[in-house]
Design a protein around this ligand. Sequence first.
Ligand code: SF4
Length: 320
Amino acid sequence: MSLNRYIGGPVQDPRLKKVYLIDPFDKFICNYSCRYCVLGRPLTDKCPISRYRFNMLIKGAKYYVEKYGVRGVNAFLISPYGEPTLLPELPQLLRTLKTFNKPVAIYTNSSGILDDKIYNLLLNFDIILFKLDTLYKDTLHSLNRPSDEIDPDEILSRLVRFRRDFPNKMYVETMFVRGYNDSFEEAMELISAIKRINPNKYFISMPYLPPGGDIRLPSRDTIDFVYRELSQYMPNRVFILDKPVEAPLNRKVDDPVEELLYIASLYPIRLEEAYRYLGSFGMDGEVTVKELLDLGDIEVRVWMGEEYIVSMTLSRMIKN
Ligand code: SF4
């Protein structure tokens, strides 16, 4: 069976290790439009999941759990491919995933915690990764581009309160981007915010996949400074994510080309990795990739000296 469209894995997530990915989105929905987002620009910030998709999601999750089991899997991770707190069906989804007796994790851009209902719902998760890129309103609006006015100070006070209320694992991540939030001034604000929140883990992240626009890697001096300062305060709980991870290409599929296109629609795949993957099925990677390029299904983009495949077939990849 090929990777279905609702659940994938188990795959290696850089923060949570082995997870099942749950993908409730049939289009790219987010109320932010971060300049570094590898998914491009969201199609909308309001769109409930369809009943059909929701049912298929639950069926797909049950099927995967029965077929592949949950041994060694750390969590069910609700999609990083959009903003899941916008989904009205999130409470039902959480309830169902909880029945598999594994932690349920979610990645969020943090805007949802300003809403009391979402705040209370998030308290029921086992692991949450919150995004906090800046404490400056201007930077938030130029880097994350929220669809509504958002005050980062309010987000910070909610995160501080949430840490007190939440008994489970709370992680925070900052994506540093050159010219937006990598000045020492921004870094000092972030350091003091992270100290106030005191999350279980803090991830310093940087764009290592090809996004659109003017995105560049942040100053290494700033990254090292943040790492040093926070590691003293919270030893062994600060991590730098600066390496591309292997794309979660499933090697137990009937149709590796379909799988490649699907994963490329979620995020870019290094060309070399795509060749290796196709080669492991006895295919000539270069010939297959050339065919897909000729068909217009994929595009190859160069980023930081590496070539990546991005999919042109699914609506999720909207070019910036
Ligand atoms: S990076 Fe996350 S929060 Fe930003 S636009 Fe993409 S999905 Fe939304």
